[in-house]
Design a protein around this ligand. Structure first.
Ligand code: ATP
Ligand code: MG
Length: 442
């Protein structure tokens, strides 16, 4: 007999079926045994009655074991119906039972609240919890919606390399790779150069890329390996066009996850993010003035939090753009219009207290870009590959980069970005905790 997926069981009332899945719960009640079985499509209650030939085997089933249950799909008696719950009006009456992969006794209940290190130390198990499955189901929907939105906005997806010859940002700490004859390579800190190059062939290009940052700090918002959703577009007048594309992508993403996952926002005791008709935009100076704090060349994390509280209260928005950062605080390729000196055309997007995106109009003139490199103490000869894009004609262009893990974390108001990363890497962890290795020094 073929396997029936759990979400299809209600179409098979009165029929015999085979269900395969994991045991979420086992409850022994008198001589009967109840199970909650889950597969990718949902959960169903299974009952092994006193007279079932499967009863002896049922007593051997441990939580999280992979099982194959055969039985009849029955309507539940009215008094046992759980309204509003998937399969709340049916149950599987089990007459055959096979343990396909037996689970050892769990070190803790999957529904238990764990400290983050215990959760991360046990990911092959803890990723099975409802909380983790929610987080990464939502993340998959974010990826899907972002892609769909950019495609609808006429962008072409490309794959950016992770091994690069130099450090794109010229600032962010890069991991060195010793392999290539005659020169060191690095793990990419950003797909920046490659998406700009792709403006040549496609005009509008996007990529979902791994970035690697060897920052020697441990925070709740930094990973050593992160995922960014980047785009770049040509023929723009200013940074306002990439801001609009980003705003549309964020709006589409929020609306897709709100449609699909309203129940998750409830489970995480948060709400669907608020986005008004247009996301508020403040210059850096306006942001500081609004907060009544002294003007600074950048946003301190505490001020990011405060300005988001202001945007929520005053503008009913969970998102706020900050623009007009001093050019010297931004990456070397950031465009500065002569009429706006010393401010750049860069922007940040803050979401519920945290920067989730940075973007800008970029420099497009070959000579000006070379001059800027020299001004910043960079050797243009080392950038000759990238510079070809500008040598052969580049329009004014710009784009932005959204951190997937930060966006996921803020969406569900998770306090640490690591919980929104399926297999996080940081200074102290590559799956296992490195502090357990006595040779590690931080
Ligand atoms: P921050 O100032 O918060 O350290 P950043 O300005 O260095 O971030 P960008 O270079 O602007 O980061 O990268 C674009 C986006 O990629 C960020 O807004 C963030 O969402 C994400 N991102 C960057 N670095 C990391 C990291 N180490 N861990 C997680 N996400 C990151
Ligand atoms: Mg940034």
């Amino acid at each position: 007999m073929e396997r029936t997926f759990i979400s299809d069981l209600s179409k098979h009332v009165g029929e015999s079926v085979i269900v395969m899945g994991f045991v979420s719960v086992r409850r022994d009640q008198g001589k009967m045994v109840f199970f909650d079985i889950r597969d990718f499509s949902g959960t169903v209650q299974a009952v092994v009655l006193t007279k079932s030939p499967a009863l002896p085997a049922a007593k051997e089933v441990t939580v999280e074991s992979a099982v194959k249950f055969g039985g009849m799909v029955n309507k539940r008696p009215d008094k046992n119906v759980v309204a509003g719950k998937q399969n709340g009006n049916i149950e599987l009456s089990v007459d055959s039972l096979e343990i396909i992969g037996k689970s050892q006794t769990l070190p803790f209940e999957l529904s238990a609240e764990l400290n983050l290190d215990t959760h991360l130390d046990n990911l092959p198990l803890t990723l099975r919890s409802e909380r983790s499955r929610d987080i990464f189901t939502l993340q998959a929907s974010i990826l899907d919606a972002y892609r769909t939105s950019l495609k609808q906005q006429n962008f072409t997806e490309f794959i950016a390399p992770s091994l690069v010859g130099g450090d794109a940002e010229g600032g962010a700490a890069a991991f060195k790779v010793e392999y290539f004859y005659d020169q060191s390579a690095f793990l990419a800190t950003s797909p920046q150069f490659y998406k700009q190059i792709m403006v040549g062939p496609f005009e509008r290009a996007f990529t979902i890329a791994k970035i690697f940052r060897a920052e020697k700090s441990a925070t709740t918002r930094h990973l050593s390996e992160a995922t960014c959703m980047d785009f770049e577009m040509g023929f723009i007048d200013s940074e306002l066009e990439p801001m609009r594309v980003l705003e549309q992508a964020i709006r589409d993403t929020v609306s897709a996850v709100a449609d699909k996952h309203a129940d998750m926002f409830e489970r995480f005791k948060t709400t669907i993010p608020l986005i008004p008709d247009s996301i508020p935009v403040l210059t850096l100076a306006e942001a500081h003035a609004t907060l009544g704090v002294e003007s600074e060349p950048d946003m301190a994390p505490e001020h990011e939090r405060m300005i988001c509280e202001w945007a929520k209260k005053e503008k009913s928005s969970d998102l706020v753009f900050i623009t007009r950062f001093p050019t010297k605080k931004r990456a070397f390729y950031t465009y500065e219009d002569p009429s706006e000196t010393p401010f750049s055309r860069g922007f940040d997007l803050l979401f519920r207290g945290l920067e989730i995106n940075s973007g800008a109009q970029r420099m497009h003139d070959y000579d000006a870009l070379v001059a800027r490199m020299i001004e910043r103490g960079l050797d243009p000869a080392k950038f000759s590959f990238y510079l070809q894009a500008f040598k052969y004609g580049m329009p004014p262009h710009g784009g932005s980069s959204t951190g997937l893990e930060r966006m996921t974390a803020r969406m569900l108001e998770l306090p640490n970005v690591k919980e929104a990363t399926s297999f996080p890497r940081d200074m102290t962890r590559i799956d296992s905790r490195l502090s357990e290795d006595p040779s590690f020094e931080s």
